[in-house]
Design a protein around this ligand. Structure first.
Ligand code: CAA
Length: 283
């Protein structure tokens, strides 16, 4: 299927990143938010990100203007009727995602592909809010989207091969390397990364080492760009907690049990970088 117009639901960190790379790759992009304020913030974050690329000489000023001209911010999701592929990047709440998918299913032609960028919700549980199970899949991008080279495509029991083929082609066209996972808890990358981060939190909790030494051990000993506690703050402790709790509920596997320290920090409202406090303090 030919893709020319993309819809992105939600212009937080992930949605604005997905909109940016799609517009840079030449797609027309509809980007939606629930109110003008949040929409404006998302669009200006894209503009700033592109301006930095111009400053560094990575793209020409014309390319920035071109990309911005291809992004149309909307509040009314009915405008998504012209999109061929819609990627939902709203808050990680299943009821919200199901309601968005149900609306999109009514608005969009039957051939439109609907994708969720979820990292913690089962894709089939979102898909079954629609009447197009074969055209619903997961397209899981990584933060920061313009920098991270990976796209994880998630296939449910009902996703058609054609839908996967189209999503893989789209991922490659926006410069990503694509891997394909079955719709299992945490897919491929988080299934490895999250238990690792949870172990680091347990290590801190039980007093094995300081947070700085745990992070330094991993950055210098394993050559990771960020230590696991810094990465936890970057991902968001709330996201991490709900992901771990969901995977534990689905599998019963104790590797997913969220450490009490993580639960308490989330209850305190310390979500990491986005709230200014997590394992570290942020200005
Ligand atoms: N948007 C665009 N570009 C960004 C950026 C952002 N938010 N943050 C950093 N960059 C760019 C910088 O401009 C810089 O570009 P140049 O090399 O062209 O100058 C480059 O990335 C490196 O940035 P810095 O020098 O400022 O800092 P750094 O070397 O520490 O890199 C980082 C920053 C890319 C975020 C790096 O620390 C990193 O890769 N961290 C790990 C990120 C990661 O693991 N992400 C996945 C999280 S899990 C997830 O997203 C999925 C999930 O389901 C939870």
């Amino acid at each position: 299927m030919e893709i020319s117009t993309i819809g992105v639901v939600g212009c937080g960190i992930m949605g604005s990143g997905i909109a940016q790379i799609s517009a840079q790759a030449g797609y027309e992009v509809f980007l939606s938010e629930i109110n003008e304020d949040t929409l404006e913030k998302g669009i200006s974050s894209i503009e700033n990100s592109l301006a930095k690329l111009v400053e560094k000489g990575r793209i020409k000023p014309d390319e920035k203007l071109g990309a911005m001209s291809r992004i149309k911010g909307v509040i009314d999701i009915n405008e998504f009727a012209v999109c061929n592929l819609i990627i939902e990047a709203a808050t990680e709440k299943i009821d919200l995602k199901r309601s968005i998918f149900n609306d999109l299913d009514k608005i969009c032609p039957q051939q439109t592909i609907l994708a969720t960028n979820t990292s913690s919700v089962s894709v089939i549980d979102v898909a079954n809010a629609t009447n197009r199970l074969e055209r619903v899949l997961g397209m899981h991008f990584f933060n920061p989207v313009p920098v991270m080279k990976l796209l994880e495509v998630v296939k449910t029991v009902a996703t058609s091969d054609d839908t996967i083929k189209t999503a893989v082609a789209f991922g490659k066209s926006v410069g990503k390397t694509v891997i394909i996972a079955k719709n299992t808890p945490a897919f491929i990358v988080n299934r490895l990364a999250v238990p690792f981060i949870l172990s680091a939190i347990r290590m801190l909790e039980s007093g094995v080492a300081t947070k700085e030494d745990i992070d330094t051990g991993v950055t210098l000993g394993l050559n990771h760009p960020m230590g696991p506690l810094t990465l936890a703050d970057f991902i968001g402790l709330d996201t991490l907690y709900y992901l771990a709790r969901g995977a534990y509920e689905d599998t019963g596997d104790p590797i997913w049990i969220p450490p009490i320290l993580l639960k308490d920090m989330v209850s305190a409202g310390w979500f990491g970088c986005k709230t200014g406090r997590g394992f570290y303090i942020y200005k």
